[in-house]
Design a binder for this molecule. Structure first.
Ligand code: FES
Length: 138
């Protein structure tokens, strides 16, 4: 193999090595790097008008799934959407006004209280405030 071919092969291998390092390193960097200021502040803002009476809106909160519900009496509730049994994400059942966990049929009331199935604890409540037409969660 002449010198030029070896140099070309060397550059090609170095390039592949850099690509492989980037493929491994980028996800690691994203995992370890600080989150954006909006996420770091730990707050999520949802316009009040986004949640109709008897409806729910799911969103991402603190790296997990959460839900806001407007009860039929107009009251608001913010809960973790993670089932306390084995961690599946619950679903809002508008007709029955409760949450169903699709994994083992756990059911929770609008306030997150266990009403059926294997979940050992209620859905965790999340603090929120309402101001100027916005709901601020966290
Ligand atoms: S994970 Fe929800 S009922 Fe089992």
């Amino acid at each position: 193999m002449d010198h030029k071919r070896r140099t070309f092969l060397g550059i090609g291998l170095a390039g592949l090595g850099a690509l492989a390092a980037a493929a491994v390193g980028w996800p690691l960097f994203r995992y370890l790097a600080p989150r954006s200021s909006r996420e770091a502040a730990g707050k999520v803002v949802v316009p009040e008008g986004d949640i109709p009476e008897g409806g729910a809106r799911f969103f991402e909160y603190a790296g997990s799934s959460a839900v806001l519900v407007r009860k039929r009496d107009g009251g608001l509730v913010a809960l973790s959407a993670v089932c306390t049994h084995l961690g599946c994400i619950v679903q809002w059942q508008k007709e029955s006004q409760d949450f169903l966990c699709p994994c083992h049929a756990g059911r929770f009331s609008t306030d997150g209280v266990v009403i059926a199935g294997p979940p050992p604890k209620p859905l965790a409540k999340i603090p929120f405030s309402v101001s100027g037409g916005n709901i601020t969660v966290g």
